[in-house]
Design a protein around this ligand. Structure first.
Ligand code: CAO
Length: 433
């Protein structure tokens, strides 16, 4: 005969809300297994099964108010204790009370302090998770037990329950997400999931699909940003004389349909710098044990297209004349904008140049285009008063922003590289050396 299980004596708790129903009809429960969680404005507690049995009918739902004597469910007793293990220590969850005793409330932070955002997390390198943030998390004893079994720090889990309470499903989702990301459930790069926000609650919105290029570059940039320790070295190159020369050349080649911009000179200058500092022309091998140093000079160029950023490669830039490079730049950027680049056109680069000079800005921090180890960002040149020892003279200064992989390149070499570039760009004759 099924027995009706009632809410036992829960002290002063009258009319408390059921916040979780932990069993369903057909479930087999052991004595002491939690059946429901209830919550008052002071604490939460779980009501355990007084004996083992099979749940026949559940008589409460989330949101119901219960007091001592309210029916919880019908249980068909099996007459055996099927509890899987000893009761949890009472430290942070409601102690698994003997069937006849009164369940004790578990400590509860919210609703006193509801948590819409998790507290700042300080992972403990030894314990795997932060006990303080675990203790402060808003979750029922059974969810705490479940999280502890899985080694999940509840302080890192966003709760989807009422007032931000963490549910068992939130813990499962957290574990699933961290596994998909290939990071441990604690420490490492595990980060809070971005909350899903309905922006229309604050005003009119429209949904725009990301282009295929946006999605692809997004993935690569994200990977490179989180896996490469970046440093960006800023510098300025005096290109006053070089730009005079460029203008003369540009006028000469205009009729031939070749646009001579500063970028062609920059490619040549970068090739010289790669020859001088071969470590910049390398990639880390997958084991991280060796550097693969290249003896060819293929330079990637970031091209802004209506569909997003692409990086075609100028191959063997060391063997091409400045005019050939300028002509090729015109072709590849047109091809990029016409979506005619093939995957092979964008592979094999040794180092990338990202020039925002035609657009504006003073400096920026480009992201290394792995497996390359450095990227040169170029901003808009500016006529600047420069002190020459006796007086200020107007000089055309080109801002350089060199980002590099600090696992491969040291800060001193970063500064040497931009200083070298500055020298080469200051004197066009050096470009032919
Ligand atoms: N300072 C001032 N003016 C500059 C300049 C600089 N550093 N570099 C180029 N210019 C000028 C050019 O001389 C040209 O002037 P005119 O139109 O008067 O002749 C104008 O800016 C436009 O140049 P351009 O864009 O046609 O040619 P480019 O060789 O400088 O650049 C390309 C080609 C494909 C790199 C560029 O068009 C582009 O797409 N840049 C964006 C790259 C990007 O998005 N990078 C960000 C990636 S995130 O790291």
């Amino acid at each position: 005969m099924p027995k009706e299980i009632l809410v036992p004596d829960i002290g002063d708790f009258e009319d408390v809300e059921v916040i979780e129903v932990l069993v369903a009809p057909g479930d087999t429960v052991a004595a002491e297994d939690s059946l429901i969680s209830v919550e008052s404005d002071k604490a939460t507690m779980e009501i355990p099964a007084p004996e083992a049995g099979v749940v026949k009918e559940v008589k409460v739902a989330v949101g119901d108010k219960v007091s001592q004597g309210s029916p919880i469910l019908l249980l068909e007793p099996t007459g055996e204790a099927t509890s899987a293990g000893p009761a949890e220590p009472a430290k942070e969850s409601a102690p698994a009370a003997p069937a006849t005793s009164q369940p004790e409330p578990a400590p509860l932070t919210p609703p006193v302090a509801p948590r819409s955002a998790p507290p700042p997390h300080k992972p403990s390198p030894t314990a795997g998770f932060d006990e303080v943030s675990f203790a402060r998390a808003y979750a029922s004893p059974s969810v705490r037990r479940f999280a502890r079994e899985l080694g999940v720090d509840l302080g890192r889990v966003a709760g989807s329950g009422r007032k931000g309470r963490i549910l068992k499903d939130d813990v499962k989702a957290f574990v699933k997400q961290t596994l998909t990301q290939g990071v441990p459930a604690s420490g490492g790069l595990a980060v809070e999931p971005m909350p899903e926000i309905d922006f229309s609650q604050w005003g009119d919105i429209e949904i725009q699909k990301l282009s295929k290029i946006n999605k692809l570059t997004g993935k690569f940039l994200h990977r490179n940003w989180v896996t490469i320790p970046h440093v960006t070295q800023f510098d300025e190159a005096d290109i006053t004389d070089l730009d005079d020369f460029r203008r003369t050349m540009a006028a000469e080649y205009k009729d031939k349909g070749i646009k001579i911009t500063m970028l062609a000179f920059l490619i040549k200058a970068v090739v010289s710098a790669l020859r001088e500092f071969p470590r910049f022309n390398s990639s880390l091998d997958p084991s991280g044990e060796n550097l693969i140093v290249k003896n060819y000079y293929h330079i990637g160029i970031a091209v802004d297209t209506p569909d997003g950023l692409v990086v075609p490669v100028v191959r063997d830039a060391d063997c091409k004349s400045l005019v050939d490079i300028a002509a090729e730049l015109g072709e590849i950027s047109q091809k990029a904008r016409d979506k005619k680049l093939k995957p092979a056109d964008m592979q094999g680069g040794c180092m990338t140049i990202s020039s925002l000079g035609g657009i504006g800005g003073t400096k920026f921090t480009p992201i290394v285009n792995a497996p390359e180890v450095a990227i040169l960002g170029v901003s808009r040149h500016k006529m600047t008063p420069v002190w020459n020892g006796k007086e200020f003279s107007p000089r055309l200064m080109l801002p350089l922003s060199l980002s590099y992989d600090h696992r491969v390149i040291d800060g001193a070499d970063g500064a040497r590289f931009t200083t070298f570039l500055g020298k080469v760009l200051a004197d066009a004759r050096r470009l032919v050396m």
